[in-house]
Design a protein around this ligand. Structure first.
Ligand code: ZN
Length: 366
C-alpha cells in the first residue's frame, strides 16, 4: 500500500502468496485497529464487463506534514507536503551550494521555517523529513559526504546530523539521483517499471539504478556514478583526475555554451528543441550519454531509461539521441524491450523523491 496507494484483497493474495482467507483475517485485523480502510476503487469504465467498482484497501494516512529538501549544485528547494504527496507550500533559493555547506544548511533551516508558516502548521506537525544531496554519500550510519571531487566543502560532513541540529527533527538523506528516481517511481515516469535507470544530467551526470523498486546503492554507497565512464575518443582532463570521462563531453554547461554559440537567441528549452540546429546539438548530447547507458542496459536489462536533470528539460531531442545509441550499442533483445523517456517531473523529480522518502519514514512509524 505504501508503494501503490491502494491495493485489492486479490492483489495482496497474489503478491504475498497467502490464501484468500489468511489475507481476509489480516485485513480484518488492520481495519479493526484503524490502520487501513476498505472503500470503492475507481470504476473500471465501459467495456470492462462490469460497471461496479471493486473494493480497494488504503492506508489511513496521519495528519501532519512531510518536509522535503532538495540541494542542487546551485539551488535549494524546500516543500511541505501531506502524506498523499500533495504539496502544501514550497520555497526555493539560488545559492552556491557546493562551495558553502554550512551556509546552505543555515539557509535550508530558514526556508523550512517559512514553508511551515506558509502551510500554516506548527513544527510539532512534522511527521518526517528527507533531503537530497548533489553528490555521493557513504553507507555508514551518518551517511557522510565522501567525494572531494564533487562537493569539496561538504567532505566528511553528515548532512543528516547537521540538518537535524538546525531543524530539530531527524532527516533521511540520499543522493540527488536516487531521490529523482524515487520521485519518478512514485509520482512520475517510473510508476509502471520496477527496474529502470534514472539518469540525472545536469552539472554532472549521475544515475540511479532501480532494481525491484529500490535504488541500488552498492557496497559503499557510490553506485551509479556513470559520469566518470571513459567514452571512446575522449581525451580531456576530468575533475576526477582521469581523461575522457563522459562528463568532459556532456553536461548542461557544455550544451548551453554550444547552443549559445550557434543559436544565441534560443533560451527557452521548449523553443530550442524545435530549432533544427539546436536539435542536432541536443540529439548528439543524448547519443554521447546513450553510449554509456547502452552498456548499463546490457548489464541490467531495465524496463525503462528515464532522463532527468536540466538536460531532461529539453525533452524529445535528447531522448531521441539516447534511444539511437541504445539501439546501436545494446543487444537487440535488450533495446527492443527498453523504453526511453524524459522524467515526468522534470527538475522537480528530486523534491518529489524527497517527499516519497519522507513518506516511507513516516509510514514505518504507523
Ligand atoms: Zn571523471
Amino acid at each position: 500500500m505504501r508503494e501503490r496507494g491502494t491495493i485489492t484483497r486479490a492483489e495482496v493474495s497474489i503478491q504475498t502468496q497467502l490464501s484468500r482467507s489468511a489475507v481476509s483475517n489480516l485485513v480484518t485485523e488492520l481495519i479493526d485497529s484503524g490502520r487501513i480502510v476498505e472503500r470503492a476503487g475507481a470504476a473500471k469504465g465501459p467495456g470492462s464487463g462490469s460497471g461496479r467498482p471493486s473494493l480497494v484497501l488504503a492506508p489511513v494516512l496521519p495528519d501532519g506534514v512531510l518536509l522535503a529538501i532538495d540541494f542542487g549544485h546551485n539551488h535549494l528547494r524546500v516543500a511541505a507536503a501531506d502524506m498523499a504527496g500533495g504539496i502544501r507550500a514550497e520555497r526555493s533559493a539560488e545559492l552556491d551550494v557546493d562551495a558553502h555547506a554550512a551556509q546552505a544548511m543555515d539557509r535550508c533551516a530558514n526556508l523550512i521555517a517559512w514553508v511551515l508558516a506558509d502551510a500554516g502548521v506548527e513544527r510539532g506537525a512534522v511527521l518526517a523529513a528527507a533531503a537530497g544531496i548533489p553528490g555521493p554519500l557513504d553507507n555508514g550510519a551518518q551517511r557522510k559526504v565522501r567525494s572531494p571531487t564533487i562537493l569539496a566543502d561538504w567532505v566528511d560532513l553528515s548532512p543528516a546530523v547537521e540538518l537535524e541540529r538546525r531543524i530539530g527533527h531527524p532527516v533521511a538523506i540520499d543522493n540527488d539521483a536516487n531521490l529523482g528516481a524515487l520521485g519518478e517511481l512514485h509520482y512520475g515516469a517510473g510508476r509502471d517499471a520496477g527496474d529502470f535507470i534514472y539518469v540525472k544530467a545536469s552539472h554532472g551526470i549521475g544515475a540511479s539504478i532501480v532494481l525491484n523498486g529500490q535504488p541500488y546503492r552498492g557496497a559503499s554507497g557510490i553506485a551509479g556514478e556513470i559520469g566518470h565512464t571513459q567514452i571512446p575518443g575522449g581525451a580531456q582532463w576530468c575533475r576526477c583526475g582521469n581523461r575522457g570521462c563522459l562528463e568532459t563531453a556532456v553536461s548542461i554547461e557544455i550544451v548551453r555554451a554550444e547552443l549559445h554559440r550557434l543559436r544565441p537567441a534560443l533560451v527557452d528549452p521548449a523553443v530550442a528543441a524545435e530549432d533544427p540546429v539546436a536539435r542536432r546539438i541536443l540529439t548528439e548530447a543524448g547519443r554521447t550519454i546513450g553510449r554509456v547507458v547502452a552498456d548499463l542496459c546490457n548489464c541490467l536489462n531495465p524496463a525503462a531509461v528515464i532522463l532527468g536533470g536540466d538536460l531532461g528539460e529539453y525533452g524529445a531531442a535528447v531522448v531521441d539521441g539516447l534511444r539511437d545509441s541504445i539501439d546501436r550499442y545494446a543487444q537487440p533483445a535488450v533495446s527492443e524491450t527498453v523504453t526511453v523517456r524524459p522524467a515526468a517531473n522534470g527538475r522537480r523529480a528530486e523534491l518529489l523523491g524527497a517527499i516519497a522518502l519522507a513518506a516511507q519514514h513516516a509510514t514505518y512509524h504507523l
